[in-house]
Design a binder for this molecule. Structure first.
Ligand code: CA
Length: 229
């Protein structure tokens, strides 16, 4: 008895991209549902309960962010956005509206599938947070508030620990500046990206990480950070 294939809803107006995604997703063992308009996509998300949504932000009938907001009204289904290159503001707005991550068009299929796997894993991880999270050489204990790298304890300030805990809870996924600042410093500090830059700089020093060739913390320029899966 095999488990049912995860179902991915693709909301994308360009038929060639839908055809391409159908082949890519089928080869990875997913079933694909499709909608070529935002309004139909929102309906489909409600009626067919997909395991994840791939959303093109440039749709003819509805703004992509409005599609995200409509789905987020009632569903926490993972949403992966397909956005065009160099549209930082658009990506940020999509994340703020409730998208989980994005890939930039033209996307590499390997990257798309990897991002999708991370989101599906998060979905199936279910309820209840473990006290300890491991990611490669990193191990964080959320109850004892300790972090170790390769078994070596690293002493962090309270804010540094909270930034690290947030990244580790979302390992492999993009976490936006806004999300980190709101969670760690509070909503009043949502624009204070320098706090975050300084904290991440200190974290990298303590982890022995290199921003130019990161082993742990990846910078998504202008958007946020991602802990390597
Ligand atoms: Ca489009």
């Amino acid at each position: 008895m095999s488990e049912a294939a995860p179902r991915i809803l693709v909301i994308e107006d360009e038929a060639p991209i839908r055809r391409f995604l159908k082949i890519v997703l089928a080869s990875a063992g997913y079933d694909m549902l499709e909608a070529e308009r935002g309004r139909i996509g929102v309906e489909q998300a409600a009626t067919s309960a997909p395991d994840a949504v791939l959303l093109d932000l440039g749709l003819p009938d509805m703004d992509g962010k409005a599609v995200i907001a409509a789905i987020r009204d009632w569903s926490q289904v993972p949403i992966l956005v397909l956005s065009v290159r160099d549209a930082e503001a658009e990506k940020i707005a999509a994340l703020d509206a409730g998208a989980d991550d994005y890939v930039t068009k033209p996307f590499a299929t390997g990257e798309l599938l990897a991002r999708l796997r991370v989101l599906l894993r998060k979905r199936s991880a279910g309820q209840g947070e473990p006290a300890e999270i491991e990611a490669g050489a990193l191990r964080i204990n959320l109850a004892a508030r300790t972090l170790s790298v390769d078994g070596r304890d690293v002493k962090l300030t309270r804010k540094q620990f909270e930034v690290m805990a947030l990244l580790m809870r979302h390992v492999g996924r993009l976490v936006s500046h806004r999300q980190i600042l709101t969670t760690v410093w509070g909503p009043a500090h949502v624009e204070d990206t320098h706090y975050l830059r300084i904290a991440v700089g200190h974290l990298r020093d303590k982890l022995g990480d290199d921003a130019a060739d990161p082993r742990y913390i990846l910078t998504e320029p202008g958007v946020g950070y991602r802990l390597k899966a």
